[in-house]
Design a protein around this ligand. Structure first.
Ligand SMILES: Nc1ncnc2c1ncn2[C@@H]1O[C@H](COP(=O)(O)OP(=O)(O)OP(=O)(O)O)[C@@H](O)[C@H]1O
Ligand SMILES: O=C(O)C[C@@H](O)[C@H](O)C(=O)CO
Length: 332
């Protein structure tokens, strides 16, 4: 069953819009940040990670965003280019902004947190004029990350991109990707993310993230099926509720639901699970796979990334993901 159509005549498979940042992941793991002395630098930012995942799986990918006019900005752009990701819409911001930094604290496999430095960041300076209709029209799908709605002018740029995607039949994926930094209030999150959710074909988020979208309008559904139905009343065809180590449930507009399990992992840190899951899940959907197989692929990819030190660098190939599935799935 196909829930939407990817226009196969388009040259670009997948583009994302939003933040391009840097992760500084603690080298001395199982230690609080106060005692951490050294970090390894990786490209980061949830939509960047997802794009890197999709590109690693072989899809022709690109990005719409702004980077700082310094060594960090050039590091990010070069990294994307080395991975074959189109950077023609990655703009160098000349207004004196900086690259967002995410310092990750890995206290234990289950106690991870992120300390974000996001004052005056280049990614939130993306302007509506940076969003080209031609670029969106040439892509089969676009991914929106909720964090890009946190402030203007990035907020307006993203709203424009979503409208152009709908107008041109580009499939819209929306990852709520709630990060408390930068947003002024929870209400603001709910209102702006709802605007995009209403126009999206596929919405991904955790239970608390979906609650955030319901909060300003009420009542809180506290029920995944009711939440999914709320978005099915708009454009959504698939609503996926992620539940960390407990897996995920995908709801489809035709009334079905699919429970996704997880694969065993030697967990180093938990972040990156959502991005790797999303990248592999989207890859499956773009290949026309059934939902259960997409979820399985996503979960296997996430099991690899949570077992690794990085997010972006660790995004696996299709063969690596399949090897995990083959190892843990018994055939009858
Ligand atoms: N500890 C784990 N072991 C194995 N698989 C996991 C683990 N945690 C998450 N996953 C897999 O990754 C998927 C997405 O994880 P999760 O729900 O944590 O996303 P998220 O909250 O977006 O993650 P992130 O921490 O990257 O923001 C899960 O549905 C599951 O398949
Ligand atoms: O999204 C971010 O800005 C940080 C990510 O790169 C980070 O590694 C993470 O949280 C992935 O979920």
């Amino acid at each position: 069953m196909s829930y939407f159509t990817f226009d196969e005549s388009r040259p670009m498979d997948f583009i994302a819009i939003g933040r391009l940042c840097i992760d500084l992941n603690a080298n001395e793991i199982h230690r609080p940040m106060e005692e951490t002395r050294t970090f390894t630098k990786y490209v980061g930012g949830s939509p960047a990670n997802i794009t890197i995942a999709v590109a690693k799986l072989g899809k022709k990918s690109g990005f719409i965003g702004r980077v700082s006019d310094d060594q960090h900005g050039r590091f990010i752009t070069n990294y994307l280019q080395e991975r074959g990701i189109d950077t023609s819409c990655v703009i160098t911001d000349k207004s004196g902004t900086v690259t967002g930094l995410a310092f990750t604290e890995i206290k234990s496999p289950t106690e991870c947190s992120i300390l974000m430095y996001r004052d005056n960041v280049a990614d939130l300076k993306l302007e509506p004029a940076d969003v080209s209709e031609e670029y969106i029209k040439n892509a089969k799908a676009i991914m929106i990350s909720g964090t890009a709605l946190a402030a203007s002018p990035s907020r307006e740029a993203v709203l424009k991109a979503v409208d152009l995607a709908r107008k041109n039949g580009t499939v819209v994926f929306f990852d709520i990707d709630y990060r408390p930094y930068t947003w002024k209030s929870r209400e603001e999150v709910g209102i702006y993310c709802s605007l995009v959710a209403e126009k999206s074909d596929v919405i991904l988020g955790g239970r608390e993230e979906f609650d955030l979208l319901e909060e300003p309008y009420g009542p809180l559904q506290n029920d995944d099926q009711a939440t999914a139905d709320r978005w099915f009343a708009h454009h959504a065809q698939i609503v996926l509720v992620k539940r960390g180590g407990d897996g995920s449930t995908a709801f489809t507009k035709d009334g079905q639901s699919f429970k996704g399990t997880t694969f065993p992992a030697n967990v180093v840190k938990t972040f990156g699970a959502g991005d790797s899951f999303a990248g592999a899940f989207i890859y499956g959907l773009m290949n026309g796979w059934d939902i259960a197989r997409c979820q399985q692929f996503g979960a296997a990819s996430a099991s690899i990334v949570v077992s690794s030190h990085s997010c972006s660098d660790a995004m696996p190939s299709a063969e690596e993901i399949q090897a995990v599935i083959d190892k843990h799935t018994t055939t009858v």
